[in-house]
Design a binder for this molecule. Structure first.
Ligand SMILES: *[C@@H]1O[C@H](CO)[C@@H](O)[C@H](O)[C@H]1NC(C)=O
Ligand SMILES: *[C@@H]1O[C@H](CO)[C@@H](O)[C@H](O)[C@H]1NC(C)=O
Ligand SMILES: *[C@@H]1O[C@H](CO)[C@@H](O)[C@H](O)[C@H]1NC(C)=O
Ligand SMILES: *[C@@H]1O[C@H](CO)[C@@H](O)[C@H](O)[C@H]1NC(C)=O
Ligand SMILES: *[C@@H]1O[C@H](CO)[C@@H](O)[C@H](O)[C@H]1NC(C)=O
Ligand SMILES: *[C@@H]1O[C@H](CO)[C@@H](O)[C@H](O)[C@H]1NC(C)=O
Ligand SMILES: [Cu+2]
Length: 587
């Protein structure tokens, strides 16, 4: 282990002077006990017996190799968030989209030629494993950085729950939660702790890389007494933009330049205020305003704490340093995001009335094994919500958020241009504000669509592969808020291949690895995985909520129901759901 770490260091050093290196990480996925907020020790998912998992750091032009051994009792997979994976879609990671997950006891090597630079992260993409701790920064240093700075620090935000994800998911999707209230975290963490200290040296300029690895919470970021200039958004270098505070939603990243004070007479508080509007209820003991300390001198006093004003901030006005011209779209998809009680009486998320359900065959394998049917959406099954696009066409997605909540949407395999945003549903007769009419729109890979607003994004379909488009609030992805882009299926067979060890994983888990979404030939989808559908129009969500609460209170009155939130019951539910999910996955 030590020897291999050393060889990484040598190779990485070599790459800064010469050129591309192969940087290898050995990641055994393991359970660990941890107590990051100091309030509750619990089982988490870590790496090599450690929590938090180690950050990954490579240089542009390197090849990143991660040898994963699955030492937990459930399948797993890893997604490198924000990486294009050009010609490499089989390494993207989402289970049942681009691969069969790695079974317990199995191993897989992710080999990723680096094409970009900037601030990214890597996380589990099987069920909600990242909520249980399987997440780490992935930093790609540009061999020729465009901005000058002396030092850099990484600040990773996360929300933290005391219960395991599977337990909470069961409750969240249960018919006893008809209003769809998301589990509210017990804590907010900065760098996996509630009292992290970052050391600053007077006079130096710092690049602060901010990564939001949350499942739910949205934070507003601010450092007392210091000005910040945004220079990077989701891996895209941008023109300097002075800010005093800005929001970072789940899965988004920013880099800011911060110039340290000229003396060490005081220390300062770094704020990450969780936005209470994200939570259905704010528990009294939840510390919404998470802090860390900028330490100049351990013995110096703390500067008086500031109340940060949450300034209006528009990421669509950030200007990429390397311009990318936009073009009129060849194809436009309008997606209406709605949460409602479906005909299984649980509260689920839909895009255009379809809630995402995993297929029986990973979608990439369907694309590569169905010949000329791969351009026919039906072959992917209705509930993967396939959107087939042709090679090198310009694609526009208009997202109408018809929900009272805010949703950060992420597209795999791309950055997209933000080409419009307005109140309410998109209305073609009302043009977007003038500043969107620019030859060089802002680009990123995760965009926030606030409640009752719409956003238009655009990308060029120049990356053949299967790419998930989904809300990055983990609870909402699990509730089905996802679609699948099938990009350039006509080109895929010539640029993509299925890794043979993935096939071994499919076999081990009893997952079919060819044919349509149901594992059949042609367009016979008999036996495909199906989701619940919207209720007939006469049922309103409010009516259902009232009905279910009436039933619950009646049952409670009779004393026949053991409240589902009780811990020991929840554990049993978790066990059941785990074996059930594995079975479903394996079907
Ligand atoms: C690194 O990659 C960039 C683009 O990704 C390319 O322009 C450059 O030539 C590469 N440099 C080396 C040393 O390979
Ligand atoms: C990885 O899996 C293969 C196939 O099961 C096995 O032969 C190999 O020993 C495993 N390697 C590790 C490091 O576990
Ligand atoms: C914060 O987290 C990053 C990434 O995990 C790590 O590199 C850095 O050392 C941490 N800093 C502190 C002060 O904990
Ligand atoms: C992280 O994202 C979540 C979800 O959007 C958000 O509620 C939270 O405030 C964000 N955290 C930070 C530090 O921006
Ligand atoms: C959290 O910080 C915000 C902004 O500084 C402030 O308005 C709010 O009152 C704080 N909330 C608590 C509970 O301290
Ligand atoms: C697909 O290929 C089959 C046989 O290779 C052929 O018979 C059929 O006409 C093709 N269908 C389309 C839509 O091109
Ligand atoms: Cu969402």
């Amino acid at each position: 282990m030590l020897a291999s770490l050393k060889s990484i260091a040598v190779l990485a050093l070599a790459s800064t002077i010469a050129q591309a290196a192969v940087v290898t990480y050995n990641w055994d996925i393991t359970y660990v006990n941890a107590n990051p907020d100091g309030l509750h020790e619990r089982r988490v998912i870590g790496v090599n017996g450690q929590f938090p998992p180690p950050p990954i750091s490579v240089n542009s032009n390197d090849t990143l190799v991660i040898n994963v051994v699955n030492k937990i009792d459930q399948p797993t997979s890893l997604h490198s968030h924000g990486l294009f994976q050009t010609g490499n879609a089989q390494m993207d990671g989402p289970s049942m989209v681009t691969q069969c997950p790695i079974p317990p006891g199995g191993n897989f090597t992710y080999t990723i030629p680096i094409e970009q630079h900037g601030t990214y992260w890597i996380h589990g993409h099987f069920q909600g494993q990242y909520v249980d701790g399987l997440r780490a920064p992935l930093i790609i240093h540009n061999v020729n950085e465009v901005y000058k700075y002396d030092e850099e620090i990484t600040v990773a935000f996360a929300d933290w729950y005391h219960r395991e994800h599977s337990v909470m998911l069961e409750q969240y999707l249960s018919i006893f939660n008809p209003s769809g209230a998301e589990p509210v975290p017990e804590s907010g963490l900065i760098n996996h702790s509630t009292n992290t200290k970052f050391n600053f040296v007077p006079g130096k300029t710092y690049r602060v890389r901010i990564i939001n690895m949350s499942a739910l919470a949205m934070f507003h970021f601010h450092i007392d007494g210091h000005e910040m200039e945004i220079i990077e958004v989701d891996g895209i270098d941008v023109e300097r933009k002075k800010v005093t505070s800005f929001p970072v939603t789940a899965a988004q990243r920013y880099s800011v330049l911060v110039t340290a004070k000229s003396d060490a007479s005081q220390n300062y508080i770094m704020h990450a205020d969780m936005d209470p509007s994200m939570f259905d209820i704010v528990p009294e003991d939840l510390q919404l305003n998470v802090t860390a300390t900028i330490v100049y001198d351990e013995k110096a006093p703390l500067a008086p704490e500031e109340t940060s004003q949450w300034e209006p901030f528009d990421d669509a006005q950030l200007v990429p340093l390397v311009p990318e011209a936009t073009a009129a779209p060849d194809q436009v998809f309008t997606l209406n995001a709605v949460f409602s009680v479906l005909n299984d009486y649980s509260n689920k998320a839909t895009f255009n009335d379809i809630t995402y359900v995993m297929p029986k065959v990973p979608t990439l394998y369907t694309a590569l094994t169905t010949g000329n049917l791969s351009s026919t959406p039906e072959v992917y099954g209705k509930y993967t919500h396939p959107l087939v696009v042709k090679h090198n066409q310009w694609i526009e997605i208009i997202i109408n958020n018809d929900d009272p909540g805010n949703h950060p949407f992420h597209l795999h395999g791309h950055v997209f241009q933000i080409v419009g945003r307005s109140e309410g549903k998109y209305d073609p007769s009302t043009p977007y504000p003038g500043y969107f009419d620019t030859p060089n729109p802002s680009r990123r890979d995760t965009v926030l669509v606030p409640s009752e607003q719409n956003v238009a994004i655009r990308f060029k379909a120049n990356n053949p592969g299967v790419w998930l488009f989904h809300c990055h609030i983990e609870w909402h992805l699990q509730a089905g808020l996802a679609t699948t882009f099938i990009e350039a299926p006509e080109v895929m067979p010539s640029v993509l291949k299925i890794d043979p060890s993935h096939i071994e994983h499919c076999k081990a888990l009893n997952i079919p690895y060819s044919g349509n979404a149901a594992g059949n030939e042609g367009l016979d989808l008999t036996g495909e995985n199906v989701g619940p559908n919207p209720l007939p129009g006469t049922f309103t969500t409010k009516g259902i909520v009232a009905l279910i609460f009436t039933i619950i209170s009646a049952l409670l009155g009779l004393g026949t129901v053991i409240w589902y939130a009780r811990d020991d019951d929840a554990h049993i539910a978790a066990q059941m759901s785990k074996s059930k999910n594995v079975e479903e996955e394996a079907n």
